[in-house]
Design a binder for this molecule. Structure first.
Ligand code: 9MR
Length: 306
């Protein structure tokens, strides 16, 4: 986020360890499009300039997301809705044409429990597959050079959701949608069984498309009601799962390794360390508050090297 560009320690870590950046919030519709239909580009422009200045690739996140744009699109008849939808994608993807390497075109389309697709204001107006196909087509027109991703979460945590996601990719490709890559957010549950992450990666690889691990973090807080494990035991689980993910990614053919992205640099930068979620202790990222590597950093390196 642009606020982090004003923190010299963040900038040093970012430019030392990373070659690509995803805006965590400021390239979303909820930032760019106001309820009255007007657009603002101040923050995403600044992020694009930061990437250009520092020789980093920029990954656009995200054009169409189920929960966003509800007020700006409310009350439009079918034709106006479709025109405003196309206009948004053309305007935003067109503005960053040549400056982004890629876009998450549709984010989180699969139902939470993995059974089918989410019902949302886009699907109600433009059809369940229709809104996605249209978004990919419009993005392709606006920026033919960008790699266009369908991006989602819990794909390895929930095998049913992973399977529904891959069937959706298959169906949309068959319908002619120019999907150029598969995005798996990988907000990892440290309690998923060994092997499940690698299994999803292998299934996803079958399309031959580039794969983006797009938002890795691995919270130490489990969903279990009773968790008697020591911090060390939980850290060991975290490291094993992260090594597995990195290794599964490394095992992909080179042309399919699009990028490996973490959802924040230091623990204290994480969305998991904000507001109600913040227990003051969670360590879901590669660096601690002081900017020194966590055990997860070594786990990632181990996975990439093995
Ligand atoms: O980390 C992001 C947080 O700063 C934003 O407030 C929030 C809503 O825009 O989105 C968070 O990022 C999410 C991402 O865009 C999509 N996958 C889940 C991420 C964590 O909630």
């Amino acid at each position: 986020m642009t606020g982090q560009l004003d923190d010299p320690r963040w900038v040093r870590l970012a430019t030392t360890h990373f070659s690509q950046l995803t805006p965590e919030w400021e390239m979303k519709m909820e930032y760019i499009l106001s309820d009255d239909g007007s657009y603002r580009f101040q923050a995403p422009d600044r992020l694009a300039t930061f990437c250009a200045t520092n020789g980093m690739r920029l990954h656009g996140h995200a054009l169409i997301w189920f929960s966003q744009g509800v007020k700006a699109f409310a009350g439009l008849d079918q034709a106006r809705f479709a025109a405003a939808y196309d206009h948004y994608i053309a305007t935003v993807a067109g503005r960053y044409r040549g400056r982004v390497a890629s876009w998450d075109v549709v984010n989180e389309a699969i139902a939470e429990d993995g059974n089918g697709l989410r019902d949302c204001h886009w699907s109600r107006a433009l059809g369940q597959d229709g809104y996605m196909i249209r978004a990919f087509e419009q993005a392709k027109l606006a920026d033919p050079g960008a790699v266009l991703f369908l991006n989602d979460y819990n794909l390895e945590n929930n095998p049913r959701k992973g399977a529904t996601f891959l069937r959706t990719v298959e169906r949309l490709l068959r319908a002619g949608a120019p999907i150029g890559g598969i995005g798996t957010q990988s907000h990892l549950d440290i309690d998923i069984p060994a092997g499940q992450t690698a299994a999803f990666m292998r299934d996803a690889a079958a399309f031959g498309l580039p794969i983006h691990v797009s938002e890795l973090d691995a919270s130490l807080n489990s969903e279990r009601r009773l968790d008697t494990r020591s911090p060390g035991q939980k850290l060991a689980r975290q490291q094993a799962r992260v090594t597995e993910l990195a290794q599964a990614f490394s095992d992909l053919p080179a042309a399919q390794r699009f990028a490996f992205t973490v959802w924040g640099i230091r623990d204290t930068d994480s969305w998991l360390r904000r507001g109600e979620r913040d227990d003051g202790r969670d360590s879901p990222l590669l660096f601690n508050a002081a900017g020194r590597p966590n055990p997860m950093f070594g786990a990632l390196a181990d996975g990439f090297q093995s």
